[in-house]
Design a binder for this molecule. Structure first.
Ligand code: ZN
Length: 184
């Protein structure tokens, strides 16, 4: 594969996943799927966090917020292993690409930049188009099927349902453990 010729980036300076090895590996492998120029730009201008990096909570430094594009990825979307032929990995790569596209295109947000809903929707479409373009280049280079918008929409729907259910289950499990702890 391409790994022999790929440039080594200091991922630990711009990718933060709370020390969870499989998450940092997934993120690194996804970023290597980007066009090389875009990856180089990201290594200098973007900071990626998975929510696992925050553990209980966190405040992002002002310097990082002022000088970098900050991308936060839910720990729920990380695939169990990075297997590019699997749907969950394909979806994960797409999400990394989509959020990166927002950064590259310098998109604004409704809450802080006061853009209209219409403008926001347009930006979402632009980010999808660029992310799908990057994905197509990567897929063709490696002999994987390209990604279709319908595939992403379906996977996103499943993930969103799962996030709500698993958040409830996790809360119940934690409450149970706290109760056990209180009985000690
Ligand atoms: Zn978006």
């Amino acid at each position: 594969m391409e790994s022999k010729s790929r440039i080594i980036y200091p991922f630990d300076t711009f990718c933060f996943c709370g020390g969870i090895i499989y998450e940092i590996n997934c993120l690194r492998e996804s970023l290597y799927c980007l066009p090389p120029d875009t990856l180089k730009w990201c290594s200098e201008n973007v900071v990626y966090f998975s929510t696992s990096a925050f553990k209980t909570g966190s405040r992002l430094s002002r310097r990082a917020c002022e000088t970098k594009e900050i991308i936060i990825l839910s720990d729920k979307i990380f695939p169990l292993s990075f297997t590019p032929s699997d749907k969950s990995t394909r979806f994960f790569i797409f999400i990394v690409f989509h959020e990166t596209a927002h950064a590259v295109l310098k998109h604004q947000c409704m809450r802080f930049d006061k853009i209209t809903g219409e403008r926001k929707e347009l930006q979402e479409q632009e980010a999808d188009v660029l992310a799908l373009e990057w994905f197509e280049t990567y897929a063709k280079r490696n002999g994987f099927p390209i990604l279709k918008k319908a595939e992403i929409d379906e996977y996103e729907r499943i993930i969103n349902q799962h996030i709500e259910i698993s958040a409830q289950i996790q809360k119940k499990c934690l409450a149970k453990r706290i109760k056990q702890f209180e009985r000690l």
